[in-house]
Design a protein around this ligand. Structure first.
Ligand code: NOJ
Length: 756
């Protein structure tokens, strides 16, 4: 009975879907039949009246253009009242009353800010990540919006790149799972509910591979690497039904992504079957002039013919498309297709039924930054923290005695939210000092000292403060600040040093060539360590930092990233052990900048090097080991976990047989805790060179002290597949190693032979 019911339900759902599509197609076709050429081109124009913008150009004459039907969507405004005003102009005053869509950078939360995406990814918890996106969608829609410029899924192997903070790190498998979770969280089942937004996966494509980690820089990559390591997260978002895609600033094979037909049509639409619309990034159409491929008319025509539908801010489509049509540089079909895709999105969002459905004035008070969203943010933030070091069980802290809380990030609400939290209000965030006071209880005495400025380098300060004063320069001299901190430390049993980057030392246009903790704070840290008191370093950072000195000299290091609105509470929860840290890093931490790019899924080379000591004529360095300081997937807990051996149900398989790999994980410590058990597969011999290993699965287990659990992974030939030289995704027979462990370095391994 059940067996018959399922196909029947699927068939009905399918028929219903077709009927809905047919209705939408008829509606849009009918509307487009009434539209003039100018009105069609107008739908392709996305403008911003200002606010949080990421370029020098801001749209002019916005109201007038809306009236003329020359605007398809707006971004950069929030609040049902303001959004309603703009929508009223479109609906009441434009000839065909076509509603606008309203977008925004909702990146890691909207008003309730969650950890920066790199931090979120360290939770390896797709359910929590989905939840964060779903809360963001609720808040954004309560604020009048219906389109989020997220998820950002660019793979990054270069910690110099400031925008590594906005993505999920270096691994495509994990990145793809997170991309899917975020799209689901934003869009719900089909984003027709007024509590869901349309998502926009970005930046398509390869933006994270900018040369030298410098933002907007050139990307150069072969197809095999692209398919294997950089494209999977975008594809996962498309497969999850993402409604829109944002093109990236960089070039691919000499053609900027925004005008790249291979990328936007052949790959995205033809190979992947994407049905939504593509929006450019901020002025990325007109930036193709600087890339050197033509004037505004040429580059706009290039973008439209490549398959790009909506022009963010450049107004190249608006000002040149008619001329290009007359001159045969674009076709009517290209204009129609782009217009249709945008109208379809508006239809799917329900805007033709009710253009004001996201403009309920009663919602913000009930749904934005509530006790519930804050509680969720606190829990999610705690899951994103990574314990990098904990000698002699320095952590968790006792709820007695005196704590010296020191550092320029200890009492800074301003820096808790992290980069690009455009609608977050930092005055509502919880600083570490406040969080510690909330959690520590009355038996703890807290002494606070700033100890240093975030940075003293005036050029860095000026540049990092471009969006507001995140780095304050104290009236006291560096020496005075350090002396005060050392005096505070003298009274304490333990020192908590809150150090790192200011929020906008990462993010867009915030690349760094030196990724140490700034010198002012390093001097402070050295002075604190010299006191001989135990030091807990709580790091605030939007990227992996180089922590070689810190790892050697500081007994405990907790990476807090920028944990969002509830940062201080969440960090305090972890410091005092109310939550046992379980985060694992998703980007390798280099020992120094010279190692970059350093990532776990590297190739073997013809002269591989496997050891601590230098070997002449091997692929290594004279002055530093090859391995990163902390490898991908690494992160400690207050408890310890031991791994048994990998047990396979078979060691020789054929064709589509299934392999089961089992390992016993035991909590050998004193605290209950969660462990992310990671599965890597290594394919040592193939028709082309493979990475030493690739992540192919992970599972979370929660274990009480002394408890053991069996963790089982099911492996099929799917996990063996890779892109071969013909870009076919297939597997090849031979020997494989199944590696299971607590990070990409510390694994137990078992061998298997798999034949065709
Ligand atoms: C430029 C950024 O690259 C992109 O991520 C963002 O969505 C747009 N600006 C809009 O602010």
């Amino acid at each position: 009975m059940k067996k018959r019911l399922l196909p029947a339900i699927l068939l009905m759902a399918c028929l219903y879907g077709h009927a809905q599509d047919a209705k939408m197609n008829a509606f849009v076709a009918n509307l487009m039949a009434k539209m003039t050429l100018d009105e069609k081109i107008g739908q392709l124009n996305l403008v911003t009246p200002g606010g949080a913008v990421t370029g020098s150009v801001v749209s002019q004459g916005v109201d007038e253009n809306i009236r003329k039907g020359a605007v398809g969507g707006l971004f950069g405004i929030t609040g049902p009242e303001k959004v309603r005003k703009a929508q009223e102009i479109a609906v009441n005053n434009s000839r065909l009353h076509i509603p606008l869509i309203f977008g925004l950078d909702v990146i890691h939360g909207h008003r309730t800010i969650f950890p920066i995406p790199l931090g979120l990814s360290c939770s390896w918890d797709t359910a929590l990540i989905r939840k964060s996106a779903s809360i963001a969608a609720t808040e954004a829609t309560a604020d009048g919006l219906n389109w989020a410029f997220s998820p950002m899924v660019d793979i990054a192997r270069d910690a110099r790149w400031g925008r590594i903070s906005e993505g999920s790190g270096e691994d495509p498998f994990l990145g793809a799972q997170i991309a899917k979770a975020m799209v689901q969280g934003y869009q719900g089942k089909d984003y027709s509910s007024a509590h869901n937004v349309m998502a926009c996966v970005k930046h398509f494509a390869l933006y994270g591979a900018a040369e030298a980690g410098r933002d907007y820089n050139t990307v150069d990559m072969g197809r095999v690497k692209m398919y294997e390591y950089y494209l999977p997260p975008y594809k996962a978002a498309v497969d999850a039904g993402v409604g829109s895609v944002m093109s990236s600033f960089n070039e691919i094979d000499g053609v900027p992504a925004t005008g790249n037909k291979w990328l936007l049509t052949d790959l995205l639409r033809k190979q992947w079957g994407f049905k939504g619309f593509v929006v450019s990034d901020y002025t990325s159409i007109s930036e193709m002039i600087n890339h050197g491929i033509g004037d505004l008319q040429t580059v706009s025509a290039r973008a439209l013919s490549a398959g790009l539908d909506m022009d963010m801010v450049a107004e190249g489509f608006l000002s040149t498309t008619k001329k290009s049509l007359a001159e045969g540089k674009v076709t009517q079909k290209q204009i129609d297709d782009a217009c249709r895709r945008i109208l379809e999105a508006k239809y799917a969002l329900g805007l033709f039924t009710d253009p004001y459905r996201y403009m309920d004035d009663t919602r913000p008070a009930k749904e934005i930054l509530t006790a519930d969203t804050r509680a969720a943010a606190r829990g999610i933030a705690a899951h994103s923290l990574v314990l990098l070091k904990n000698d002699q069980q320095t952590l968790p802290l006792q709820k007695t005695g005196t704590i010296a809380l020191v550092g320029p990030l200890a009492d800074s609400r301003r820096n808790m939210l992290g980069t690009w939290s455009v609608s977050g209000d930092y005055t509502k965030s919880v600083s570490l000092l406040e969080g510690i006071k909330n959690v520590a209880g009355s038996n703890v005495n807290i002494v606070y000292a700033k100890g240093a400025n975030i940075a003293d380098d005036s050029m860095l300060v000026k540049r990092a403060n471009a969006l507001g004063v995140e780095i304050e320069t104290d009236a006291k001299s560096p020496a005075e600040l350090i002396n005060e901190a050392v005096a505070a430390a003298a009274k304490a049993d333990v020192i908590v040093a809150a150090l790192g980057e200011a929020a906008d030392m990462t993010g867009e246009a915030s690349s760094r060539s030196d990724i140490n903790i700034p010198e002012s704070q390093e001097n402070l840290l050295k002075a604190l360590v010299q006191t001989g008191k135990p030091v807990v370093l709580v790091l605030f950072n939007g990227r992996p930092l180089t922590l070689t000195w810190e790892d050697k000299h500081v007994p405990a290091i907790l990476d807090a990233w920028f944990a969002g609105t509830e940062a201080g509470n969440a960090i305090a929860d972890v410091l005092f052990g109310s939550y046992n840290p379980s985060g694992k890093i998703t980007a390798s931490f280099p020992r120094n900048v010279g190692q970059i790019p350093v990532y776990y899924n590297h190739k073997n080379t013809g002269r591989p090097f496997h050891g601590e000591d230098f070997a002449k004529f091997k692929s290594d360095y004279l002055d530093v080991p090859n391995e990163p300081l902390y490898p991908f997937g690494y992160g400690l807990s207050y408890t310890s976990f031991s791994y048994g051996e990998v047990k396979l149900n078979k060691t020789a398989l054929k064709g589509n047989e299934t392999l089961t790999a089992t390992i016993i994980v035991t909590n050998t410590g004193k605290y209950a805790g969660e462990e992310t058990v990671q599965l890597y597969i290594s394919d040592p011999v193939a028709s082309l060179t493979r990475a030493v290993e690739d992540l192919k699965g992970f599972k979370k287990v929660y274990l009480q002290p002394g408890e053991s659990k069996e963790v089982v992974f099911t492996i099929t030939t799917n996990e063996l597949k890779f892109y071969n030289s013909n870009l076919q995704y297939d597997w090849e027979a031979g020997q494989f190693f199944v590696r299971i462990g607590s990070n990409s370095r510390d694994v137990k391994s078992a061998e298997v032979l798999w034949s065709k």
